[in-house]
Design a protein. Structure first.
Length: 276
């Protein structure tokens, strides 16, 4: 997960303060700010209901999986890391939303090891379904083994391949979903969103959730405030463009929820407003 830009700047400030010999009491105050930011995250994690045993196991297995070795052996095309996990807090958030909305059919774009997929599956009725898209066959196999350790794993269908193709296939089949969670390659988000909305894949009262909608500050900070390396700066406009695209789409209303790296919740306009 991208670190919050405030925390990133504070860590950098503390390093500078130490190297410049800034008085100890000021260094201590900067450290206190970092501790406060960490304490908020820790508190949100600890006061949230504990995850299922299968979910705890999935998270531990993901954190200890030999991803580097898999990459060195050519099993993954890019370096995968446990930082890609949505995690226990966001998983419980997704599970709560799936339950609250009485969702029966969920589409996930970007499976990784199955944290989000399993969390949402845990809230669905026995005949509910999570259809989830993953580019990497190796990662998909790891996820299959992990989610199948849960009795809810049978509700999860994995589609391997580029997500745009998988979603297009589902659109051609006329499939609709009550909840969609988009959490894959950021530069694909506009395409995924368009395929879903233009093909009427969202049920009338359905919700689309966009993960990393704040993108570590890249959605709202100017480039000179980001402290990112050149390659990431070049991509820093992607999430801002996506958010603007949704803002200007008059079919929907949306709300930005600043949980973790930001989750944007999008609903059809007709579903957003109640009756007077
Ligand atoms: C941030 S992770 C997903 C995390 C997951 N949703 C969770 O809850 O833990 C993003 C995943 O999207 C996959 N991905 C990246 N580009 C993709 C594409 N074009 N099509 C399908 N999956 C893609 C990556 O392989 C990775 O596993």
């Amino acid at each position: 997960m991208a670190q919050s830009p405030v925390k990133r700047h504070l860590v950098k400030l503390l390093e500078t303060a130490k190297t410049r010999g800034v008085p100890e009491d000021i260094q201590t105050q900067i450290q206190t700010c970092i501790d406060c930011a960490n304490a908020l995250d820790d508190y949100c994690d600890t006061i949230t209901s504990p995850s299922s045993e299968a979910m705890k196991n999935l998270i531990t297995e993901t954190e200890t999986h030999p991803w580097k070795q898999a990459h060195d052996e050519g099993k993954t095309q890019w370096m995968v890391s446990s930082r890609m996990l949505s995690g226990a807090l966001e998983g419980t958030f997704l599970k709560t939303l799936a339950g609250m909305s009485n969702a029966k059919r969920v589409l996930e774009v970007g499976l990784f090891t199955g944290c989000g997929a399993l969390a949402m599956a845990e809230a669905l009725p026995a005949d509910g379904k999570v259809v989830t898209c993953e580019l990497s066959e190796y990662v998909g196999d790891v996820a299959r083994k992990l989610v199948d350790q849960s009795p809810h794993g049978k509700k999860i269908d994995i589609m391997i391949g580029p997500a745009a193709e998988s979603i297009q296939q589902l659109a051609t089949e006329g499939q609709q979903f009550d909840m969609v969670f988009i959490d894959a390659n950021k530069e694909g988000y506009i395409d995924y969103y368009k395929i879903i909305m233009d093909n009427d894949m969202l049920t009338p009262r359905g919700t689309i959730l966009i993960d990393n909608a704040l993108h570590g500050g890249q959605a709202y900070l100017p480039k000179d405030k980001l402290q990112l390396d050149e390659s990431r700066i070049a991509q820093s406009h992607v999430m801002r463009e996506f958010n603007d695209y949704v803002y200007n789409d008059n079919r929907v209303n949306q709300v930005m929820v600043p949980i973790r790296d930001g989750v944007m919740m999008i609903r059809r306009k007709e579903a957003f407003e109640g009756e007077a």
